[in-house]
Design a protein around this ligand. Structure first.
Ligand code: F0G
Length: 477
């Protein structure tokens, strides 16, 4: 298991600094100052972490001490569901923090879904990140990245997106007026709810004739050639903000540690942030054990699942088999295999945070699974029927938990938290289709996603504009 103590062996931050950026590969470990705007390690090309010299930073002795900030509406730092944990992401100059009230989300015990998943009453909690201002978990990270962008004086910022990052970036830019947002999306590849947000919030919206991976490749190049600030989860300051999702999970459980956290995997930013959060809390002595993290792909976009479960790829103490990854991607190209899933948020071929997700799997003794789109939509309908609802990608976490219970990997009496990453209204097309298409239409419209049955469809009832007909139907309900 990776202990933060072991990081003491690597290059420390510069003597006067208590925080810096550090290459995640221990063999390199190069450090950079906080105010550098980098995409990757300039020495070896690996991902970067925000690293802290915790001995020089004030850290609360117990997590309970955060309780008194909750509900303080007067101080925006306390009101934010990210910055009220500011001692756990202490990179920010506090007068530069840019918050739009993110992270007012809820952890809810949901017994109806627990039953569906195969867990005992009280065994399942859903973390509703769709309640964020832009309707997805991305706002947790965006406040971190915007704060850093303000620290470095950025005037323009860009991201590639399957729709939620772009919505969040556009919203933060619109509300703050701090910078101009440029978003890169695959043409026809993002759900309408999300596209409507980027347009309405005023972001320059580039519809690339390609998919997310193409947009991701181009945005990195554009940011290299210009002064645009990159807001994708390659940006380590975004992931610092996303750690707060786990702080709120612990808070929601009265600071008890769950047995499992189940999260959908796309570009693998969230899973990376969760591993870092738990690793740090453990090393700081603020939790006594680390929950296991399960990362769930769609079978239509299952790069991580294949690499880990079929090819045995591991973090391996930071000595990742890059050649195996390169061979895998080359094979994908040779076969012309491209990600395709109704969970468009996670329709990604080459997840940029792969290394960090592998590290999370090692730190948390985690697992990876892929679930079919049909199971994702069934699970999503169960969430909708018992809670606030979610978008398809979020349903993957519940479908994944169900699968892991069936496999016996998750015990039936375990305490499990599934992360619902995005709001139901993000993708009405998938939801309305699932509930309203006749079986044959369902199979043709959703053929490419191999969806054959909608087991939990709540069909709309057609009725003539006639009071007797309407009454007959109402009485039969
Ligand atoms: N769920 C939703 C609703 C998402 O929007 C995303 C990612 C994920 C899950 C996967 O999270 O990338 O941290 O593994 N959306 C990105 C975007 C890619 O551009 O909005 P991840």
């Amino acid at each position: 298991m990776i202990q933060l103590e072991s990081l003491k062996d690597v290059e420390p931050c510069a003597p006067a600094e208590s925080a810096c950026q550090r290459c995640i590969r221990p063999a390199c470990g190069a450090t950079y100052e906080l105010t550098a705007a980098l995409q990757r390690c300039e020495r070896c090309g690996a991902l970067l972490d925000v690293a802290y010299d915790w001995e020089r930073l004030p850290v609360p002795a117990r997590l309970e001490l955060f309780d008194e900030r909750r509900g303080n509406f007067r101080n925006p730092l306390d009101y934010s569901g990210v910055w009220r944990f500011r001692e756990l992401l202490p990179f920010a100059e506090l007068d530069k923090v840019l918050s739009i009230g993110e992270g007012q989300t809820q952890l809810r015990r949901t017994d109806g879904v627990a039953d569906y998943v195969g867990l005992k009453p009280g065994g399942l909690h859903l973390q509703y990140e769709g309640l964020n201002p832009s309707g997805s978990f991305k706002d947790n990270g965006m406040t971190g990245a915007f704060t850093h962008a303000r620290m470095v004086g950025a005037k323009y910022a860009a991201c590639a997106s399957t729709g939620n990052t772009s919505a969040s970036l556009a919203l933060f830019a619109g509300v703050s007026g701090l910078l101009r947002a440029v978003v890169f999306v695959g043409s026809g590849k993002i759900a309408y709810g999300k596209l409507s947000q980027a347009l309405d919030y005023g972001a320059a919206t580039l519809q690339i004739d390609g998919d997310f991976d193409d947009a991701m490749r181009q945005v990195q190049e554009v940011c290299r050639q210009t002064s645009l600030y990159l807001m994708n989860s390659l940006n380590p300051f975004r992931l610092e903000g996303q750690k707060a999702i786990m702080y709120r999970v612990l808070e929601g459980l009265g600071w008890e540690v769950p047995d499992w956290v189940v999260v959908p995997g796309g570009n693998l930013g969230n899973s990376s942030a969760f591993g870092k959060a738990f690793s740090e809390l453990h090393c700081l002595g603020l939790i006594d054990r680390i929950p296991r993290v399960a990362i769930i792909n769609s079978t239509g976009a299952d790069t991580l699942t294949r690499l880990v479960n079929d090819h045995g790829l591991r973090w391996n103490g930071g000595d990742v088999d890059d050649a195996a990854i390169a061979r895998f991607y080359q094979q994908m190209d040779v076969e012309g295999r491209r990600a395709r899933t109704i969970a468009s948020a996670i329709e990604i071929n080459r997840p940029v945070n792969l290394d960090k997700a592998l590290r999370t799997l090692e730190v948390t003794h985690g697992v990876v699974r892929a679930v079919p789109d049909e199971a994702i939509l069934d699970a999503k309908a169960q969430v909708g029927a018992h809670g606030y609802g979610c978008e398809p990608a979020s349903g993957a976490s519940v479908a994944g938990a169900k699968r892991l219970v069936e496999e016996g990997v998750i015990d039936r009496d375990a305490r499990v938290v599934c992360i619902l990453t995005g709001h139901l209204l993000k993708d009405p097309h998938a939801t309305v289709g699932y509930h309203s298409y006749e079986p044959e239409k369902l199979r043709t419209e959703f053929a490419e996603f191999k969806i054959r049955e909608a087991r939990h469809a709540n069909r709309p009832i057609p009725v003539r504009d006639d009071i007797d007909d309407i009454l007959r139907i109402v009485r039969e309900l």
